[in-house]
Ligand binder design. Sequence first.
Ligand SMILES: [Fe+2]
Length: 137
Amino acid sequence: MKEHQKYFPEKWHNAYNIDVPIIDEQHKQLFVLIQNLEDLQKKQAAPIDAELLAAFYKLAQFAGDQLIREEMYLQSIGSPTLPKHKKLHQGFVSQIIAYQKSIEEGGNPLKETVRYLKHWFVDHCLAYDREALKKRP
Ligand SMILES: [Fe+2]
């Protein structure tokens, strides 16, 4: 992918692959989970029902696992970006935890969450990860 993707894509394109199979597979899964969450969010905006809540938790759990695997990969290749990259991941996890807390307290931050996740996917997965994971010391 030559140019920075500005918008959350409607479909997964092979050009998004970084050519690190374990990371590409996870990015693809994250992409599908975000799409599913958005579909549910649009269909059932309020109140939050069990299906929507389950989709949110699935995504939050997957995202956490994915970040840990990615950090392990970065460590395995001795990436100099690891400390900064970990901080970005921590910021993401903190934001997801904040959304979870809001849901548990009766809020409905799903629209905001989907927007945040789309930005994360475009700015982090498709741009930052691409650069970071390609750098071999
Ligand atoms: Fe990352």
